[in-house]
Design a protein around this ligand. Structure first.
Ligand code: HEM
Length: 151
């Protein structure tokens, strides 16, 4: 008979948060991905950033393949006692990296719900210009046509 899976409390899992010992929580399951760090196609940085929290959303947003999901079995070490998961860390966006962020590492951050400052971001300014400039050109064209006819 198969033995029951090990159940971990969040604080225990959160201790495994570095290069030599790295555990992540995905869909209530705990994975020891230490041996995956070097060969993970998304890089080791993203896995390290995914520790000490619920990484389910980040994992899913990447759109991991079926092969990746099957591969996960290899790293499975047990389940998380979800009652021990602090609300503050459930799907918390990873801490911003100063200068070291790779494209892959930046992905979860970009997908994180940081909508409060989006109105002032350079991205939204570009969008405003994308609308304003064609409108301005149209306005000039109408003006020229109207006054061109008058003369
Ligand atoms: C046991 C856990 C994990 C396994 C076995 C795994 C495996 C893989 C595999 C096989 C790929 C190649 C693409 C694919 O086949 O989908 C991949 C890509 C990637 N993974 Fe993971 N992964 C795991 C956890 C995570 C976590 C927690 C994150 C955090 C966000 C992450 C982020 C990424 C990223 C950013 C890529 C690159 C995608 C791209 O280049 O478009 N992975 N992973």
């Amino acid at each position: 008979m198969a033995s029951d899976p090990k159940v971990f409390v969040f604080d225990e899992v959160a201790k495994h948060n570095h290069q030599q010992d790295c555990w992540v929580i995905i869909s209530g399951k705990v994975y020891d991905v230490t041996s995956l760090l070097e060969e993970h196609p998304g890089g080791d940085e993203v896995l390290l950033l995914a520790t000490e929290r619920d990484a389910t959303d980040d994992f899913e947003e990447v759109g991991h393949s079926l092969t990746a999901s099957e591969q996960m079995e290899e790293y499975y070490v047990g389940n998380l006692d979800m009652a021990t998961l602090p609300k503050a860390v459930a799907n918390r966006p990873p801490a911003p990296q100063s200068g070291t962020a790779t494209t892959a590492a930046a992905k979860p951050t970009a997908a994180a719900p940081t909508t409060t400052s989006s109105a002032e971001s350079p991205g939204s300014l570009i969008k405003v210009f994308q609308v304003l400039i064609p409108l301005l050109i149209l306005g000039i064209a109408f003006y020229m046509q109207y006054y061109g006819k008058k003369q």
